[in-house]
Every structure is written in structure tokens, then in C-alpha cells.
Design a protein around this ligand. Structure first.
Ligand code: HEM
Length: 548
């Protein structure tokens, strides 16, 4: 009987789903491993999924039988299927539930996090925190985003003077951590200063995220008692610091003062709270932790890839710089850009940055830092329709909406699917700055189609009710940072991904207008997908003679 049952589970239960040939004992684990060892071992698992999808002739989804270690996993690479998973419907107003695998992130986020909460609890949190992330509100925080960016530019100036190699990842993480801290909790983390001068929270947070740095072994680390204990200790210390901060801010809010009231996401979320009981305190703490985590880990990756792709695509860099010259004038120093943005109506300049927006959109298309893993228990009745009209019930299977596949689908993006081509977005550069809150219908779904590419085929922030609450902030900071630094600095990749040079030392252009590279820079998995080497760079002040 047992053999009959095992055969059924392995070969019949999902027999008509697209998949690699399963083995009775190993399911798909052995077959996946064969693809892993063929390529770069440190590659993010999305790269392996991409190779398997191509090998199987690009089906809309692929099933991976990982039992008994995990639930079966279904990786979605087609925008129409992905959209059905993420959108709300009459029977499933909050779309599919989140995957139980996200529990591994609990020490980072806290058990009440908006990222993992469900149904009414999630809805109440989203309602409470949405106002702080609304575009108009975020514009009021522009001065503090610019301040942190000036510090970043000063640091780059220092590297330009010394000629030293540095990890762009470390610098971008510091910058984005500072911005997220200021915007969400009105706190200066000093994350861009020397380690000894940084706020204790930064150190603890770095230590905690480092426990997740074991490539793709999150699942197994979660079972290691030492790692579990270490995460608990760090998490409790972070909770204590964050709750103290919340209490201080709550007390300040309740004291009449002539000073301008704080505009942070935290302050806005406390406005309607009369009494800070333990539950509200903990719930608020877990949201702040979630914003810190989700905010810094993703936005820094966006910046790293954007600077890298611009550094090896002279055509795109020239176009971007010309746009910035037109909008901000020829004076290109970060301070001059700051002055323009802070002048009356300055925020409106950001809306004019359509090529910059296309660069951001294209970077997030090629290198989405994260995706969405969903799950509905068996018996729920969650069905999707495949492009061929066939219906599949997704109950009991972890569904991974994988933007790294959807956003390189040849059927949508054509033969240039793997190329960095910001121009493809001209005329359709909305990166969500088109007010996602207003753009959504009453069920929280986004527009069905816009421009030449279906809107749902670009989904780095996911779509539907559980889409990223911080997408406006991410877009805003990326625009401000690119506006302040893209004309000032020339980035030069060193090590992995460095450009190839001819005998005179000049970079070699390929037929598509990009510099040839000596080796490919690629993403690895460290909770999110990020460049494997920390994006080692050198930087120079661009055209010293004509740029301030
Ligand atoms: C380039 C930057 C960013 C990218 C690519 C990104 C991507 C995503 C994705 C794919 C999700 C869905 C996750 C899931 O379904 O499990 C998400 C959710 C979320 N993100 Fe972001 N994110 C970015 C920046 C930010 C920032 C700056 C913040 C806040 C400071 C933030 C806070 C959140 C939160 C709280 C959620 C959960 C929303 C909910 O379930 O209601 N993210 N993000």
C-alpha cells in the first residue's frame, strides 16, 4: 500500500503539471541539484528556476516536488497566472495567503508584522500605516532624504579622492537604513558613520541579518538551536530599543509644543492612539522592524544594480545625465540638486524625470530583489486558469510568484528580455509613482494593462492588496539619489563584472552599446537577491573640468 501511495504522490497527484521527471525517492531534489551544480553554485535559486523553465520550453509554471522536506513548490513565470495569485477576488478578498515558510523571518519582523499577518489583522495594519507611505506625505520628508543623500555623496567624494576600492552594498545599505529610519521612525541611525558611531540598533540589526547569510539554507538554519537562540536574543534586544523609542515619540506627541510635529510614518500611525497598551506597543514595534528590514534590504539592491548597469551602458548614462541637466540645470553638485528640489515646487521636478524612472523600472525588471510566496491549505478551492484555458487548483502547494521569471518572459519582452534597455519603458515609465493607492480599484487590484507591456508583467513590488507598502518611498529615494549622484560620479566595477578593455585600456563596446565584461556579476541569495560580491567598485568624480 505504502509503495502505491508513494507512487501516487510522486507521479500522479501533480502528474499533469509542467515539471522535470521526478524520482520516487527524491522527488525533484536531485534534478534541481543537477542544474545547480552545472552553473555558478552561489547563484540565486531564481537563476536555476529560469534555466529549468527554459529547458522545459517556458511553461507558465513549474512544479517542484520537495516532499518530505517541504510542501510541493510551484514557481510561476507567467504574468497572467501571477496576477490571479496576487489579486483579490470575491471569494478571496485578500488574495492567496502568505507561505508558512515566512515564519523563518519572524525574528527579523516580529510575529505581528504586516508582511506575514493575514485577513482582518492585516487589513487593520495596512489602514493604520498606509497614510505614512502616501506619495504626497512622503514629499514632506524630502529634506531628510536629501540630507542623508548629501552624506552619501560626501563619502563617495572621499573614495574618489583616495581611489580606494569599496563595497557599494555597504554604502547603499547605510544610506537606505538612514533614510528608512528617518522616514519611518524619525530616528537618526548614523548608519553611514564609522561603526563605532552608529546607533546600537544598526549594529544589532546587521548582526541579526547576518544570521540569514547562509546562501539558500534559511530553512535548515531555522532548525539549528544555536542560530535560533542567537536570533531570539538579538530580536529581543532590538524590540527593547524600538519600544523605548515608540514610548518616547508617543510622549512627545502628547506634549503641546511649538516645534513642528514629526511627520514620520510612526508619528502618523500614533495620531489616533489614546493609550499605548502592550499590544499596540508590540504591534507598532513589529511594523517598524518590518519597515527597516523590507526597506533597506531591497532598495539598496536596486541602487547597486542601477549604478552598475549605468556604469557599463554609456548610452543610458549619457541620456540620464542629459535629462538631469535639462531638469536641474548644468550645476551638477548634490548640493545644487538639493537646492532645486527644496525650492518651492521642487518636488514637481521629480515627476519630470521620465528617463530616470525608466532606468529604475528596467533595473527592477532585470534584478527584482524579492518575490512573493503564497499558500492555501488543501480543501480551500483556490483555482487559476492557465493561458491554454486549463484550470489548476493550487491548494496545498507553495506558490512562488517569481518576478525574475515573469519579467524576462520572451513572449512579453521579446528577444531583448535579458538586455538593460530603459528605452523600452519610454511612454510608460510609471514605476508606481502614479499613486498606487489611488490607482487601485476598490479591491486593491492594480490596472490590468497599460502601455505596450501588460502592467502585470512588471511586478517587482508584487501587485494586488499585498503589494509593497513602501514602493513610493523606494521610487522617491531612488530618484533623489540618482539625481544627486549620477552626474557627479563615474562608477568603475572591479573584480566580478569588471568591463573588458582593449590594449589601450579603453572599454570595449559590444554591438548593443554596452561595455563587454570580463565576467558576469550575478545575484546570490541573502534573504533577498543581491549582487554576490557586495558590488565592489571604484569611483571617480565625473569630468572634473566641467562638473562642479
Ligand atoms: C526597491 C525596493 C522594494 C522592493 C523591490 C520591494 C518589494 C516588495 C515585495 C515583492 C513585496 C511583497 C512581499 C510578499 O508578498 O511577501 C513587498 C511587501 C512589503 N514591502 Fe516592499 N519593497 C521595496 C521597498 C520597501 C520599502 C522602502 C518599505 C518600507 C520602508 C517596504 C515595506 C514593505 C512592507 C511592509 C510589505 C508588506 C506589505 C503588505 O503585506 O501589506 N518595502 N515589498
Amino acid at each position: 500500500y505504502l509503495l502505491h501511495r508513494a507512487r501516487h504522490l510522486r507521479f500522479k497527484q501533480y502528474g499533469d503539471w509542467p515539471q522535470l521527471p521526478p524520482s520516487l525517492v527524491w522527488g525533484h531534489m536531485k534534478a534541481i541539484n543537477e542544474f545547480i551544480v552545472r552553473g555558478e553554485r552561489k547563484s540565486h535559486i531564481d537563476t536555476v528556476f529560469r534555466e529549468i523553465q527554459e529547458y522545459l520550453d517556458n511553461p507558465p509554471l513549474v512544479l517542484y516536488d520537495l516532499r518530505p522536506l517541504q510542501h510541493p513548490l510551484c514557481v510561476v513565470g507567467n504574468y497572467e497566472v501571477a496576477e490571479q495569485v496576487s489579486r483579490s477576488s470575491k471569494s478571496f478578498p485578500y488574495s492567496m495567503g502568505k507561505s508558512p515558510g515566512m515564519k523563518a523571518l519572524e525574528p527579523l519582523l516580529g510575529p505581528y508584522s504586516i508582511i506575514t499577518s493575514e485577513r482582518e489583522q492585516w487589513k487593520a495594519l495596512r489602514k493604520r500605516f498606509n497614510p505614512g507611505f502616501a506619495p504626497q506625505h512622503l514629499l514632506t520628508l524630502l529634506p531628510c532624504i536629501l540630507n542623508k543623500t548629501l552624506r552619501f555623496a560626501e563619502i563617495l567624494d572621499g573614495y574618489a579622492r583616495s581611489g580606494e576600492e569599496f563595497s557599494l552594498n555597504e554604502r547603499c545599505v547605510g544610506l537606505v537604513f538612514d533614510i528608512t529610519g528617518a522616514v519611518t521612525m524619525d530616528k537618526d541611525f548614523h548608519a553611514q558613520l564609522d561603526v563605532s558611531k552608529q546607533d546600537e540598533l544598526v549594529r544589532l540589526y546587521r548582526e541579526l541579518t547576518a544570521t540569514y547569510r547562509n546562501d539558500s539554507t534559511i530553512q535548515y538554519d531555522s532548525l539549528n538551536p544555536d542560530v535560533i537562540r542567537q536570533r531570539q536574543v538579538l530580536s529581543r534586544r532590538i524590540d527593547a530599543l524600538v519600544t523605548d523609542h515608540i514610548k518616547t515619540k508617543f510622549a512627545e506627541l502628547n506634549v503641546q509644543s511649538n516645534e513642528r510635529p514629526s511627520r514620520s510614518v510612526l508619528s502618523l500611525s500614533l495620531q489616533d492612539i489614546d493609550h499605548l497598551d502592550d499590544r499596540v506597543l508590540l504591534e507598532t514595534c513589529h511594523q517598524l522592524k518590518s519597515f527597516l528590514f523590507a526597506g533597506h534590504d531591497t532598495s539598496s539592491v536596486l541602487l547597486e544594480w542601477a549604478f552598475y548597469e549605468l556604469s557599463r551602458t554609456p548610452r543610458a548614462l549619457d541620456t540620464l545625465r542629459r535629462e538631469l541637466d535639462d531638469i536641474f540645470g548644468p550645476e551638477s553638485s548634490p548640493a545644487a540638486v538639493q537646492e532645486k528640489l527644496l525650492a518651492p515646487g521642487g518636488g514637481g521636478l521629480l515627476k519630470k524625470m521620465s528617463y530616470t524612472s525608466a532606468v529604475i523600472k528596467e533595473t527592477l525588471r532585470l534584478y527584482p530583489p524579492s518575490g512573493s510566496a503564497r499558500y492555501m491549505p488543501p480543501g480551500t478551492g483556490f483555482n487559476v486558469q492557465l493561458p491554454n484555458g486549463k484550470t489548476l487548483c493550487l491548494d496545498g502547494v507553495i506558490i512562488y510568484n517569481c518576478p525574475a521569471l515573469v519579467q524576462r518572459d520572451e513572449a512579453v519582452y521579446g528577444p531583448t528580455k535579458d538586455e538593460f534597455l530603459p528605452e523600452r519603458w519610454l511612454g510608460d515609465t510609471d514605476t508606481g509613482l502614479g499613486l498606487p493607492m489611488d490607482n487601485l480599484d476598490d479591491k486593491g487590484n492594480g490596472p490590468v494593462a497599460a502601455g505596450r507591456v501588460p502592467a502585470s508583467a512588471w511586478r517587482p513590488f508584487e501587485r494586488g492588496p499585498r503589494s509593497c507598502i513602501g514602493q513610493e518611498l523606494a521610487n522617491l529615494e531612488a530618484r533623489v539619489i540618482l539625481a544627486s549622484t549620477a552626474r557627479r560620479f563615474d562608477f568603475v566595477k572591479v573584480g566580478l563584472g569588471a568591463v573588458a578593455r582593449d590594449s589601450t585600456g579603453a572599454p570595449i563596446l559590444d554591438a548593443k552599446g554596452q561595455h563587454k565584461v570580463e565576467s558576469e556579476l550575478f545575484n546570490t541569495m541573502q534573504v533577498t537577491a543581491k549582487p554576490v560580491d557586495g558590488t565592489m567598485m571604484r569611483v571617480r568624480v565625473a569630468g572634473l573640468s566641467n562638473r562642479a
